[in-house]
Write a protein that binds this ligand. Structure first.
Ligand code: PMP
Length: 314
């Protein structure tokens, strides 16, 4: 990510200078991470036209996260989509961009961070995110000493900022120990997910990922991978619990998430995955994914063009 802050953000109804996109320190969103959010990607297609990938699927998941937290916001999906586009146009990054839509709980009338409040707001920020070098070379992963949070404590299905404390513990531990990322096991001891991505394992030509009941966010990228694998390669993505040692004996492993896209995992706990280089199925799916996010292939409906003007603030 760039060291320079972007010029603009979006806060509660309009585009604002980046520095003015602030919450009060005692707001529940800031104090507890009491928010729900989505990270979306905006890609340039072959003609240079910007396309937001699977925007409605992200907003549907945002609404599901909000429902679980008894949260309501003042904006419709159409307004949120327009807000994202207004911000993308205002920032006008040359590169592909990542957009974070965050719905947060506010201060409340008693300023008690634990108090019940219906006061909510929305902020949206966007940064240019060129493709990671690891897309080609892969990442070295380790099984974290931290367990993934569970549905009966901090449900990973709800995409709330507070959950990322667990992700941070795992990711920072992995970095300190000389790895690129972590893989977290769930409370049952089977594979859950990476700090910010789902995990797909390839064994004997079969694609496998832990189900939504394994302590994972129900990923949109892994769903895209499932659809592309079926349509382009005739392979069905199996959802079943994955043992730790299956990672050690897998032919291929890759991470998938909106931000990380499809990232090959080339070693787990210093054991090479396959021959220690990105595998052929990972590579094929990366290519199909690239086509899909740029509006090529069978699903143009996944890509929403950013119009030159949306009629909103800029
Ligand atoms: N798990 C976690 C914890 C994540 O933060 C993400 C990224 N949103 C994912 C999985 C992948 O989800 P998606 O493909 O919808 O981006």
């Amino acid at each position: 990510m760039s060291a320079q802050p972007p010029p603009y953000a979006w806060l509660n109804g309009g585009v604002v200078p980046w520095d003015q996109c602030v919450l009060h320190a005692r707001s529940q969103g800031a104090f507890w991470g009491a928010n729900v959010f989505e990270g979306l990607r905006v890609y340039r297609d072959e003609d240079g036209q910007r396309q937001v990938f699977r925007v409605q699927d992200h907003l549907d998941r945002l609404r599901r996260s909000m429902k679980s937290l008894h949260m309501e916001i003042a904006y419709t999906d159409e307004e949120l989509t327009r807000a994202c586009m207004d911000l993308v146009l205002a920032n006008d990054f040359e590169a592909d961009a990542h957009v974070c839509v965050v719905a947060y709980f506010g201060l409340g009338s008693t300023f008690d961070p634990m108090g019940r409040t219906t006061e909510t707001g929305v902020h949206i920020t966007s940064t240019p995110v060129p493709r990671s070098a690891a897309h080609a070379s892969g990442v070295a992963a380790t099984i974290s000493s931290w367990r993934r949070i569970g549905d009966d404590t901090m449900p990973p299905r709800i995409k709330t900022g507070a959950n990322y404390h667990n992700s941070r513990l795992a990711q920072h531990e992995a970095l300190r120990n000389g790895y690129d990322t972590a893989l977290l096991l769930n409370q049952q001891g089977t594979l859950a997910e990476a700090p910010g991505s789902c995990v797909v394992v390839v064994r004997d030509g079969q694609l496998i990922t832990p189900p939504g009941t394994s302590g994972v966010l129900e990923g949109i990228t892994v769903d895209t991978v499932a659809r592309l694998a079926e349509e382009q390669l005739g392979l069905t993505l199996q959802h079943r619990p994955v043992d730790r040692t299956e990672l050690y004996v897998a032919d291929e492993v890759f991470l998938c998430g909106t931000m990380s896209e499809l990232l090959p995992v080339t070693s787990v706990d210093r054991l090479p995955v396959g021959d220690g280089t990105p595998g052929p199925l990972t590579h094929a799916l990366q290519n199909h994914y690239d086509d899909a996010v740029r509006g090529l292939g069978k699903h143009p409906e996944w890509c929403t063009p950013v119009p030159a003007r949306t009629g909103g603030a800029a």
